[in-house]
Design a protein around this ligand. Structure first.
Ligand code: TYD
Ligand code: MG
Length: 415
């Protein structure tokens, strides 16, 4: 404890304490019952934490949280799910579909903030879910529900509840089209953890990403697949992302991307087509647009592939986003393969960053990537020479180091 007299008027509740004197009640996290969600949270839910789950409308936020609510109700204790958007009957119908019917899961269709905090104080649930923060409102504020003022103030009340009663609260936040005005962005600084749920609406895959986490790393992702019975966890993303890969097709290259601590194999696809009108198009989905353009320029200038008169389309299969520089070499090979109309060997994985002189640069965590490729039965792996000087074997796979883009093309197409 701090020593010496305390001046009048100073609160004695939060006096400064020597750092060595502070004992931490070990943060006992509890599981949400969904391993992929736990991973992104940093190993489960921390009591008293305020978590924001953002995402486009219709992406599956309510589904994810209702599934988690049910699992927590089964294993941990009472859960209060407050919906400001749907009636309790509607939520119950979804719960039936998800087989999430448990007597410890309580639903309330309420958007008045005072009632909600009242429910929480009365029930003392083990977990609270607010779906969504944009529908909550405080009558004493002049602005309308969903406005920045309301969203902030309601979140502040819930922060107070979370910290004061040591109850974890999850807020759902819709990303709004108009530059995220009253969307999750205005809350990011207030909450402990910010997760974004993303995916292409017409693909089944959904990726949960942490962009801020006071209780864990922000590198982790969780992978889910939307099915008729709700979200299914995808424990081995590589297998799923490569499942529909066309074997022996031109313009298709397998790359190894790190998603957090997990290596994930993805298929990069390129289509190079002649453009007769002299206004070549570059269309990129799932990859970083600027990097993709750099790769086109490097291939054009350093390798002499004449791409100036061609349309170039690039895509990551499965509706996934991957923006790592380690994908550069795979992007280059996919483009070259489509242009030359020659497939890259289907049992080859390609890893490496490409610089502007056409050099192949080292990547982080090569070992994990290479192991993942070997695990999935690939026979060859192209890696940066700066990571490994000599070719080597890894679980039945031969690893070929290359120093330049030219080398890589040579290895992949045989001259
Ligand atoms: P929802 O969780 O309501 O999205 P959000 O809360 O982010 O707005 O999910 C919406 C979509 O998910 C909806 O279009 C239907 C689909 N869905 C399924 O495909 N399977 C299911 O089991 C459920 C519950 C929803
Ligand atoms: Mg919803």
């Amino acid at each position: 404890m701090a020593s010496g007299p305390v001046p009048r008027g100073v609160s004695t509740a939060n006096l400064p304490v020597a750092v060595t004197e502070i004992t931490c009640g070990s943060t006992t996290r509890f599981s949400t019952g969904l391993g992929e969600l736990d991973r992104v949270l940093g190993g489960g839910v921390v009591p008293g934490s305020l978590v924001l789950v953002g995402g486009d409308p219709g992406i599956g936020k309510s589904t994810l949280l209702l599934q988690a609510a049910d699992r927590v109700a089964r294993s941990h204790g009472t859960v209060l799910y407050v919906s400001g958007e749907e009636s309790v009957e509607q939520v119950r119908m979804r719960a039936e579909r998800l087989q999430a019917l448990h007597p410890s899961l309580f639903l309330a269709a309420e958007s008045g903030m005072e009632s909600v905090t009242g429910f929480i104080a009365g029930m003392e649930p083990g977990l609270v879910i607010i779906d969504s923060i944009q529908t909550m409102y405080l009558p004493d504020l002049p602005s309308a529900p969903g406005s920045v003022g309301q969203v902030r103030e309601c979140a502040a009340r819930l922060l107070h509840v979370a910290k004061g009663q040591n109850i974890p609260v999850v807020l759902v936040g819709h990303v709004t089209k108009e530059g995220n005005l009253a969307g999750p962005r205005v809350l990011e600084h207030m909450v402990d953890t910010v997760l974004y749920f993303e995916g292409e609406r017409h693909h089944a895959f959904r990726i949960l990403r942490a962009v801020k986490n006071r209780f864990g790393s922000t590198n982790e992702i969780g992978v889910f697949e939307m099915s008729d019975g709700g979200l299914r966890e995808v424990a081995n993303p590589s297998e799923v992302f490569l499942a529909q890969r066309p074997l022996g097709a031109t313009g298709s290259v397998v790359v190894a991307s790190m998603e957090g601590t997990r290596p994930v194999l993805l298929e990069v696809q390129a289509l190079v087509a002649g453009n007769a009108y002299n206004n070549p198009r570059r269309l990129v989905t799932g990859l970083d647009w600027n990097r993709a353009l750099l790769m086109v320029a490097v291939l054009d200038k350093r390798i002499g592939l004449n791409l100036g008169g061609c349309d170039v389309y690039l895509n990551v299969a499965g509706g996934v986003r991957a923006e790592e520089p380690a994908l550069d070499l795979g992007i280059c090979l996919a483009i070259a393969s489509s242009l030359k109309n020659r497939p890259v060997d289907q049992f080859t994985t390609v890893i490496g960053e490409v610089g502007l002189t056409g050099e192949v640069r080292a990547v982080s965590q090569l070992e994990a990537r290479v192991k993942e490729a070997a695990k999935l039965g690939f026979k060859r792996c192209v890696v940066p020479r700066n990571n490994s000087k000599q070719p080597f074997q890894q679980g039945g796979m031969t690893v070929f180091p290359v120093g330049s883009l030219e080398d890589a093309l040579e290895v992949s197409f045989g001259g």
